[in-house]
Design a protein around this ligand. Structure first.
Ligand SMILES: [Zn+2]
Length: 110
């Protein structure tokens, strides 16, 4: 049992997800990313709608899959498991990769 021989879902560009077909990686929902992301965005990102660049799915950010067993947080699409967002915190900086999101729709009403 090696490589991604049995991986049948549409393949995201991140090859590490292939491992998930054989070894379930524990994850949390989008609320797990709220602390770090509220520092960056200063908005309620959990209630924001995000469009996955990989499959086009539009969901509330809170419905995403958050993997914390990585350098930083990795947020994946619940539908295709493509990477939506990565955030890494250092003592002095945040490194934020939003390249997996086509857009975020944020409610201006609080
Ligand atoms: Zn997707």
């Amino acid at each position: 049992m090696n490589s991604a021989d049995n991986f049948t879902a549409s393949e995201p560009e991140d090859q590490d997800i292939a491992a998930a077909a054989h070894h379930a990686i524990p994850y949390l929902d989008g609320n797990a990313a709220a602390g770090a992301l509220s520092e960056v965005f200063r908005i309620d990102i959990i209630a924001a709608l995000g469009r996955c660049r990989h499959c086009g799915s539009v969901r509330y950010f809170g419905a995403a899959m958050v993997f914390t067993d990585a350098p930083g947080l990795v947020v994946r699409c619940r539908d295709c498991q493509g990477v939506l967002l990565r955030v890494v915190e250092t003592p002095t900086r945040y490194w934020l990769d939003l390249s997996g999101l086509s857009y975020l729709e944020i409610d201006r009403e609080e």
